[in-house]
Design a protein around this ligand. Structure first.
Ligand code: T46
Length: 135
């Protein structure tokens, strides 16, 4: 599966604490137009269940943890997001599901485009058709 990648961020800081800086064209490999965060997710909730047609995103758990399931229509992988020094880059057609959120989970997402509902595919069969078109 090559539509996703884990990016390791350099953590700066001293004995007072840590700091990570995100820079477009630097450790974030696209120009981001939007940042959003997901927090206060209720217990046993699952989110996502969609794919994007064009959007690139980097997803970072800045607090707590969750499991991110990725499916490219052929394979499925699960990635644990539990480290602010690690980002999940998704850059192609990937069906995504999020689950097992800890109470303190805050997911910060950097997105290459403004919010556009027409970029979402919510039907899994439509997603696999799109994957096959792109082959
Ligand atoms: C994704 C995963 C990781 C907005 O108004 N603006 C926005 O920029 C976004 C992202 C959402 N919304 C509204 C749309 C819904 O009424 O916020 C509500 C919750 O969004 P959604 O149900 O799409 O949330 P998730 O967690 O299922 O998915 C989100 C992103 O939408 C999606 O792009 O990849 O996080």
């Amino acid at each position: 599966m090559n539509n996703y990648k884990i990016i390791e961020f350099q953590s700066h800081g001293d004995n007072t604490g840590k700091l990570i800086s995100l820079e477009r064209g630097g450790n974030i490999p696209f120009d981001f137009k939007r940042v959003y965060y997901i927090y206060n997710t209720k217990k046993n909730t699952q989110r996502g269940f969609h794919a994007h047609i064009n959007l690139k995103q980097v997803i970072i758990s800045v607090s707590g943890s969750c499991v991110f399931a990725l499916d490219d229509g052929m394979q499925r992988r699960e990635v644990m997001l539990d480290n602010p020094a690690r980002g999940l880059l998704i850059k192609g057609l990937i069906w995504r599901e999020m689950k097992e959120f800890s109470d303190d989970c805050v997911l910060m997402v950097l997105a290459s485009e403004h919010y556009d509902i027409d970029d979402y595919i919510y039907d899994y069969k439509a997603f696999t058709r799109k994957v096959n078109e792109k082959k």
